[in-house]
Design a protein around this ligand. Structure first.
Ligand SMILES: [Zn+2]
Length: 82
């Protein structure tokens, strides 16, 4: 699923649990990351789950933090802090 700035979710249920955060790479590439609240899946409530990113970025598994993903710019291959 790709978040579209021009066409936000029209589904209230979906909007309640997911939210998109603007991201920007140091090279100027801009996009958005879609997160989902994960209170039920993660009782400790540490942080939401990163679901997807818009075109121009992609998700990659972190090497040191097993099970977590990082956002990578598809243009310059830089990791974008979330
Ligand atoms: Zn970049």
């Amino acid at each position: 699923m790709i978040f579209d700035f021009n066409n936000p979710s029209k589904n209230p249920d979906e909007a309640r649990e997911k939210f998109a955060v603007p991201i920007k790479c140091k090279c100027g590439q801009v996009g958005s990351a879609t997160w989902e609240e994960s209170a039920q899946l993660n009782p400790k409530g540490a942080r939401p789950v990163l679901l997807d990113v818009s075109s121009g970025f992609y998700l990659r598994l972190r090497k040191k933090d097993i099970g977590k993903t990082e956002i990578v710019c598809a243009v310059c291959e830089s990791v974008v802090p979330d």
